[in-house]
Ligand binder design. Structure first.
Ligand SMILES: [Zn+2]
Ligand SMILES: [Zn+2]
Length: 331
C-alpha cells in the first residue's frame, strides 16, 4: 500500500513566491531538503507567501543567492537570523553585499579604536536589553542599495544592528557543482551587471530544474547548462518596443538593453526556438518588468517560439508574478 508520508518525504516541489524587479524568491524542495533561492522580499512578506502556498518557513534549510541586487537580497539578514540557517553566496557576491550594507568612511586609527569601543558598549547594552525584553519583531533592513537597473529606488532605513551579520555564510563557485542536503546544485555564470552573478541547475530525485534570470543574453555556456531540464525558469523581462518608448531615462534603458542587462521577450523566445531542446515539462517566464512588459506579450512570444511543442506533458507555459506566488509545481 502506498505510504502518503513516504510520498511527501520524497516529493520534488518548486514554488515561485515572487518574481520581478521588486523582489525575487523561489523555494526548491527535494527529499528532506528545502532551499530558498534569493531573498528579495521582506521576511514578513516571504513568510506570508510561503504559508499561502503551503510551504513552512521553519522547514527551510538554506538560502542561496544569485547576485547582490536589492531585488534578490533585501530580506536575507532578517530571514537567515530568524530561521538560523546558512546563506550560500559566491565570495564576490558576499563581499559586494557587505560593501553595499557597510557605509564607506575614512577614519584615523584613533577614530577606529573609538568606534570599536562604542560598538562593544552598544552590543553589551543591546544584549542586556534583549535579556529583559520579550521577543521583539526585527524590522527588515532596507538601506540605500545597489539596485537592479529595473528596480525602483528603496527607502533608506537605519539598521538596528549590524545588517551584514548572518548565522553562517557558505561560499560556492560558478562552475563547481556542490550539494545542500539532498539537492545537487550546479551554479553557472550569467552575463549581468553584478559582482559575480549566477544561474543554477538544481537536481533532486532525478528531477532537473534550470534557473536563469537577470541575464543580458543567453551565452553559449548558459545555453549548454539549460539542456535536459524537467523545469526551466527563464527571464522574459521586457518588450523591446515598450522599453524603447517607455518611461525610463535613456541611461537606464541602455543598461537594461546591454549585454549585462536583462533578457527581452524576443531574446527569451529566440532561445526557446533555437537554443532549447524542448524537454522540460514546465517553462516558467520570470522577472517580467511591470513598466516595460505585459504578461500577454511575453506569453505570445514564448508560445510562438515553442510552436506546437507545448502540450500537457511538455512545455507547459507559466508566468511568474511579482505580487502573487505561483501554485507549487510537483514532480
Ligand atoms: Zn533582478
Ligand atoms: Zn539583477
Amino acid at each position: 500500500m502506498h505510504n502518503p508520508w513516504l510520498y511527501a518525504q520524497t516529493m520534488v516541489r518548486f514554488t515561485v513566491l515572487a518574481s520581478g524587479s521588486k523582489g525575487n524568491s523561489t523555494v526548491v524542495s527535494g527529499g528532506q531538503t528545502r532551499i530558498l533561492v534569493d531573498c528579495g522580499l521582506s521576511c514578513k512578506e516571504l513568510f506570508r507567501r510561503m504559508r499561502l502556498t503551503g510551504e513552512e518557513p521553519e522547514t527551510l534549510d538554506a538560502i542561496i543567492i544569485t547576485h547582490e541586487h536589492s531585488d534578490h537580497v533585501n530580506g536575507i539578514s532578517v530571514t537567515a537570523r530568524k530561521l538560523g540557517i546558512p546563506v550560500y553566496f559566491t565570495e564576490s557576491t558576499h563581499r559586494a553585499w557587505m560593501r553595499w550594507l557597510t557605509p564607506r568612511r575614512q577614519m584615523t586609527y584613533a577614530q577606529w579604536l573609538e568606534q570599536c569601543r562604542k560598538q562593544t558598549a552598544e552590543r553589551q547594552a543591546e544584549a542586556e536589553q534583549a535579556a529583559t525584553e520579550a521577543d521583539v519583531e526585527e524590522a527588515d533592513v532596507i538601506p540605500e542599495t545597489v539596485t537592479d537597473a529595473e528596480a525602483p529606488p528603496q527607502a533608506a532605513a537605519s539598521p538596528a544592528k549590524d545588517p551584514t551579520s548572518l548565522p553562517v555564510v557558505e561560499y560556492f563557485k560558478a562552475g563547481e557543482p556542490f550539494a545542500i542536503g539532498d539537492i545537487a546544485i550546479s551554479p553557472f555564470t550569467i552575463p549581468h551587471d553584478a559582482a559575480d552573478p549566477v544561474g543554477f541547475v538544481f537536481q533532486a530525485e532525478g528531477v532537473r530544474m534550470g534557473f536563469a534570470t537577470d541575464l543580458g543574453y543567453v551565452s553559449p555556456n548558459v545555453r549548454a547548462q539549460l539542456q535536459g531540464m524537467d523545469l526551466l525558469l527563464l527571464e522574459s523581462n521586457h518588450d523591446l518596443e515598450m522599453l524603447r518608448d517607455g518611461p525610463y531615462p535613456w541611461s537606464v534603458k541602455q543598461r537594461v538593453l546591454s549585454r549585462v542587462g536583462h533578457l527581452s521577450n524576443e531574446a527569451a523566445a529566440g532561445f526557446l526556438e533555437d537554443g532549447y531542446d524542448g524537454q522540460a515539462a514546465y517553462v516558467i517566464l520570470a522577472h517580467l518588468s511591470e513598466s516595460n512588459n505585459l504578461p500577454e506579450l511575453a506569453r505570445v512570444a514564448a508560445e510562438r517560439a515553442l510552436s506546437g511543442r507545448a502540450s500537457l506533458l511538455a512545455n507547459r507555459l507559466l508566468l511568474a508574478d511579482q505580487n502573487e506566488p505561483l501554485s507549487s509545481i510537483y514532480f
